[in-house]
Design a protein around this ligand. Structure first.
Ligand code: GLA
Length: 385
């Protein structure tokens, strides 16, 4: 009998530390219990087929052929890119049928692309190790290396200049914990997330956010340019290590100066937020979430009317300690720290006013913080494939 093996990679939510990963500072993401599942069955002909229960079509990848990016292949470019890069790194891939399915909204800023990359890389490595050793590999896959490989796929193959945060969180998540990650050194520690009488609510604005089309790369370039100017006068390893004094002295243009102000203040907020969260100061933690949103809206200018409306409504609900956009911005999701016994009223309040103001329908996820990518027991919806 041919055995089907199942895997899961979570989406991620960033608690705080936005647009910081590519500036070398601290971020505080967490893996979700929502994510992408994959069922894999071996085949003998050197072909990998890719299907998704959430999208039409079946893609056949011939492992002897070139694995070029093809815009017509849509989502399948992510797994194809992973295969191309594993092959480049010398891994021998074997034929198989892969079917994906998931409950992670696509294009909502919860890292569905990182989840599909990481689950694919993990399952292919897991399979090739099983074939080579004839036994389970346990969990000896180097998850930091895995995250870096998937970031390279996103940067070089898909062409999106993202930082390391998403792939890192998807690969290294730990249930009940956020990850305080130093994006310069990749040193990290797990920070327990004990929310007591509160829950983390993720609100999807329904405004789709496409990283490639957004101003993401422009912000990145503005930060690099600001760092170059500061470095003409002072040796700083990255923008997060510069000071506002440095920036004000040497940068004249008000726009780059605002970008730098966001980066430096957000980096400090993230370190402070992590301390507050681990000591149970939820009210103060909530304030920092809201401050982070203001900074992203005014200084970094990556929010938008839908995200601003959702955050304002969350704060006006009377049941919320703090709220902010999460992820790249320009649409996608916000997070809010909400009283557990007022969740239903909170959702009703935000939904009704949001629909009235924007005409869009928000979605709410009260997701647990889960583990990173892993092998799992079977899933019923993928059982028959
Ligand atoms: C996207 C990118 C990440 C990070 C965030 C903003 O999610 O993929 O690398 O830059 O935006 O914090």
């Amino acid at each position: 009998m041919v055995m089907t093996v199942h895997y899961f990679a979570p989406g991620r939510v960033n608690l705080i530390g936005e647009h910081i990963d590519y500036n070398g500072g601290f971020v505080l993401p967490a893996a979700l219990s929502l994510g992408i599942r994959a069922a894999v069955r071996p085949r003998e002909d050197g072909v990998i087929t890719l299907r998704s229960l959430n999208a039409p079509g079946c893609f056949e990848v011939d492992l002897d052929a070139d694995l070029e990016f093809d815009p017509r292949h849509g989502w399948a470019n992510y797994p194809k890119g992973v295969m191309a890069y594993l092959r480049k790194d010398g891994y021998a891939l074997q034929g198989c049928d892969i079917v994906y399915s998931g409950d992670l909204p696509v294009g909502a800023g919860l890292s569905s692309s990182a989840a599909i990359e990481v689950v694919t890389a993990y399952l292919l490595l897991h399979r090739s190790a099983r074939a080579a050793c004839g036994s389970e590999m346990g969990d000896s896959i180097d998850r930091i290396w895995l995250a870096k490989l998937c970031q390279r796929v996103e940067n070089e193959y898909v062409g999106v200049g993202c930082g390391i945060m998403d792939q890192f969180a998807v690969a290294n998540g730990k249930a009940g914990h956020a990850i305080l990650l130093n994006c310069d050194t990749l040193a990290y520690e797990y920070v327990p997330v004990s929310l007591g009488d509160y829950r983390l609510v993720i609100i999807n604005t329904g405004k789709r956010r496409a990283l490639g089309e957004s101003k993401y790369n422009e912000r990145r370039a503005q930060c690099q340019a600001a760092l170059r100017i500061i470095r003409q006068h002072r040796d700083v390893p990255n923008l997060c290590q510069a000071t506002m004094e440095d920036a004000c002295r040497w940068i004249d243009d008000p726009i780059p100066l605002k970008r730098v102000r966001h980066v430096i203040s957000e980096h400090l907020r993230t370190m402070e937020a992590s301390r507050l969260l681990s000591s149970g100061y939820l009210r103060e933690f909530g304030w920092l979430l809201t401050e982070s949103h203001q900074s992203l809206r005014e200084d970094y200018e990556v929010s938008g009317s839908e995200l601003d409306t959702v955050v304002e409504l969350a704060l006006a609900s009377g049941a919320c300690l703090g709220a902010r956009m999460t992820g790249a911005g320009f649409g996608g999701c916000a997070i809010a720290l909400v009283e557990s016994n007022a969740l239903a009223q909170f959702q009703d309040f935000v939904r009704s006013h949001y629909v009235q103001k924007t005409g869009l329908h928000p979605e709410f996820y009260v997701s647990e913080i889960g583990d990173g990518v892993r092998r799992v027991s079977s899933y019923s919806d993928l059982e028959s494939y």
